[in-house]
Structure formats: structure tokens, C-alpha cells
Design a protein around this ligand. Sequence first.
Ligand code: G6P
Length: 611
Amino acid sequence: MCGIVGAIAERNITAVLVEGLKRLEYRGYDSAGLALFTNAGILERVRRAGKVAELERALQEQPLAGRLGIAHTRWATHGAPSERNAHPHFSGTELAVVHNGIIENHEELRQRLKGLGYAFASDTDTEVIVHLIDHKLKELGDLTAALKAAVAELHGAYGLAVISARQPDRLLAARSGSPLVIGLGHGENFLASDQLALRQVTDRFMYLEEGDIAEIRRDQVLIWDQAGNPVQRETVQYHEGAEAADKGEYRHFMLKEIHEQPSVVQRTLEGRLGQQQVLVDAFGPQAAELFARVRNVQIVACGTSYHAGMVARYWLEELAGVPCQVEVASEFRYRKVVVQPDTLFVTISQSGETADTLAALRNAKAFGYLASLAICNVATSSLVRESDLCLLTNAGPEIGVASTKAFTTQLVALMLLTLALGRTRGCLNADVEAGLVRELRRLPTHLGEALAMDRTVEKVAELFAEKHHTLFLGRGAQYPVAMEGALKLKEISYIHAEAYPAGELKHGPLALVDADMPVVTVAPNNELLEKLKSNLQEVRARGGELIVFADAQAGLDNGEGTHVVHVPHVIDALAPILYTVPLQLLSYYVAVLKGTDVDQPRNLAKSVTVE
Ligand code: G6P
């Protein structure tokens, strides 16, 4: 959620740090700061509440130059988003720390450190870390040894970057529960919580593993594992272009990412489809043998990824004949679960670093699941590394906080899983699979057609600009699509939105319906359509305004108080993927009309790496 950048070089690295923060700002953005070991040989810092632009402005007024430094963009957990709580935190004048994560025993450590004479200048949990390292440094006389000793006393999650004016030849890092990556340069090295921050300076990366501590010098990187043994971590070279941090012709990342969906879905499918069937090996070499044994599926995820799992449940039960349960990770991880024999444990995550999802996976390992499978967008993430099998969604970096292309590519990956499981378990007819494979190949074209609704949806968005509440309705696999539509709208336009299965309307929410409560409906063209039409009548009879996204062949047309938007025809099984697009566009245009910060909505973060 927060972002870390660090650098050690022969040149002034202020601009590298600020650019890195800007690239990470989508993850957390309520305050920012940096600390440099300046050319005058002292540690100096600048911090500001608000976005990185505020920090940049401050640096224009008060320029800082140095060859060693750390920087941070914050998403507040302990202590309000203010300058005094912004990172880096100092102990005295010679030691600085930035931190991602939460220290759970901060209260106890604070009391102890106060007893040792340390004065606290912020309300953060992070400040205990910097004083604790300082305390150890006084005892041990070496920064690396002090960091090792200090982290041994921390409970909770942390990604840390540490510098000291006493040993300015090194930038130190420690990882436990919060990712860190070292960027390798020539005669200079870098550190960040996400490689995205460093793509401007290098394409070679080394990912720290859980419990690792690193001493990063200009020309050398030393790493110790959890047990304190020196280790080498593999160097990964990236070849793809630095595609992420650029909005191109689009006004917002979100709009760019919505429009990328035809091409990224193509990428999700690439190399995974044979002539008539899904290639099971795409899930890993042992997948065929494992899938044949699967008798149940348990899906665990958060937020938008959870909604993808909800759609998959309909597919897995209907097409693959396999019982499926779906649960939000924050609940699953603290529940005593009864595991059915031969259950495949599936996690879904854009980032692969969501704290609750990761914790659920780690707990699940003790429960006797058959195997774990991660559907994830980040190949180097903890979730992928810790799962038995994985299928990457290949959506490319997603910067807009509201997830769009990550969701549709997750759905495509889950459809691939459904077909692969259906066949290996002998439950899916070969003709049905071949038909779905054919339709999957056409999906990028259909998504392009759905995007052509852009202008129409922009007009419909005007109906929402003055509204405070909305209802989203769907039936069957379109119910989770309605949930995702409601989530998008509330995330970026701050309009209260609730999703209901259409059949539940009269069990409560109908009481809310009046002329001020627009009702958005996704209407599939299947056997549930007639039932849905009755639900729509119930809304109209109460004066509610209806916005219906429907297949042109559904027989629904504009009428008084009813706005029908025709969605290109697609087979029913893939309709959840296609109908998502107009709902994304709707939220986007409502947010633009309301003038909210579309890519960085208030109070939210892209990657929730704390509980
Ligand atoms: C945050 C993001 C959501 C995302 C959720 C799960 O809440 O704002 O867009 O769906 O985390 O993230 P994940 O990376 O696990 O998919």
C-alpha cells in the first residue's frame, strides 16, 4: 500500500527517488517524504502531507542533493496522514527509516524505548523501528548487525529501508510480509517495494524473499536469509517496454486500462489454447494429474478478485460439474474450515501481495488441501511463488486503483480453469469445450465492440451525477457482475451503490426504490430473462428509473423511465466478461462528471499489503 524507493550511487539520486515515488503513488498517496545523505555529509529530509506533487514542490523550494537516500509514499495506518507522521522517520540526526507494513508489538516496544530515553515525534508504529535500530547500533557499532538484531524483535509485517550518516556506504533492506526488490545498476544500486518504481533506471532485478536482510552497496549486494545464512537471489532481467507509467492518449489510467482489455485478454489466452481445447499444461507440468483428482474447489480472494471468484463458481459447477465455494480472504483466514477431500485451493489476486489472501494461502497449507493454484497478474509475487500451480493473467501493470483489466483477465483465466478441470475430470463434453474455445478466441473482438459503447454510456452517466444511492441487479453469473459494477461506482464516484440478486429485490431493497434511486441491471439473454423482466416491472411500478444493459435480442426497449443500452451479442457463458465493460465505463464517466480523483480515489490503495 505504501511505496518505498531507495538508491545508492555516484550521482545525485533525488530525481530517481521522486520519479520512483510518482510511479508508486497509485498504491498509497496521503503523504510522502525522502531523506538524503547530502554532499555536506549529513542526513536531511523533506516530508509533506498530500501527494508526491507536494513533495516535489517543496524540493523545488528547498533543493536537496545526495548520493544515498530513501523515500516513501504513505497510506496511513497508525497516525493521521500528516507531515509529522510521514516517512522517513529519524532517530536523532543520523539514522533514517522508511517502512511498509504494520508492527504489531509497537506499543510494548515504544514503552521500552521510552524507558531507554527515546523521545517520539510521531504517532506511527514505524518510529519504534528506527529507535530500536539506533539502540542496537549503539550496542553493536555496525548498522547491518543492528538491523539484524532489531528485526528479530519485531512482530508483524515490514518492508524496511534504512540509511545512516555513520555508514553512508550502504543502503539496508529487510523484508517480512511486505515485498522488496533490489534494482541492479552499473556502479549504482536501487531498492523499491515494486520493480515498477525502478524501470526508469534498470531492467535487472533481485527479489528479496521472506525474512531476507540485504546490504546494498554501490557495487555489491549482500543478502542473508531468515536463518542468517548468506544467500544469493536470482537476477531477473525484464525485456518488455516500460509500458506502465504512461497514460498515453488517455485522460486517466483507468480509461486506458479499460481500453486495453481486448489486447490483454488476447495475451491471457496466448499459448493456452489448442485447436479444440484448453492446454492443461499451461497450469504447470503436474496440473493434468492433479486436476483429474479434484473433487471440490475452494476459492479465496479480496475485493474485485473476489467477484471474479464468484463468477467462476457458476462456471465451475455448471460446466465442470465440480462443487465450488468462494470466500473473502479476511474471513476465511480466521475461520475454522472443514476441508472436503481432494479440494483444490484457488487464490485470485491482481498483485499477489494482498495480505489477507497470502495469509489464507499460508493457513491453507496446514489444512490438507490437494494443491494450491494462484490466478495472478504478477509473476514475481509472493502468492505465485508460494503456490503449487499458477496461471498468470498477463494483464500488464494496472495503475488505476479501481481494478478493470485485471478483473476481465482473471475471468478469462478462470474460464480456462473451468474448461481444463471439466475435461480432466471427464465432465465436459468435447464439443462444448471446442465451442467455448472458439468463442474465447472471438472474445477480444467482442470486447472491442463493447468498448464502442463508450459514447452511449457517457451519456447515460449523466443520469447519475446528482444521485446519492444506486442499486445494481443481476441474476445467475451476472449477479457478481452487478456486485463488481456497484463496487466500481462506489470506489471512484463515492455514490453509495449496492448489488442484489434480482430475485431478492422484494425481500427488502424494493423499499428504497423511488425516483432518486436509479437501478442498474445487467440482463442476460438466457432462461432467467423473463424472471428479470418481472423484477424490472416491480421497480418501474415504484417510480424507479431503470438503466438496463441488455442483449439486442433480449426484447427490451427504451420506455418511460427505462433506458436500455444494447450490449453486443455473446454466448451466455462469456456474458459476464462482456457486460463488465459497460459497467466499468459507467463508473468512469460518472466519476469524471463528479470531478473525483479517478485513478487515486480517496482512502483507497491499490495493493492492500496490511491486514
Ligand atoms: C484493493 C484494491 C482492489 C483489489 C483488492 C484485492 O482493495 O483497491 O482493486 O481488488 O485490493 O487486490 P488483489 O491485488 O489481491 O487482487
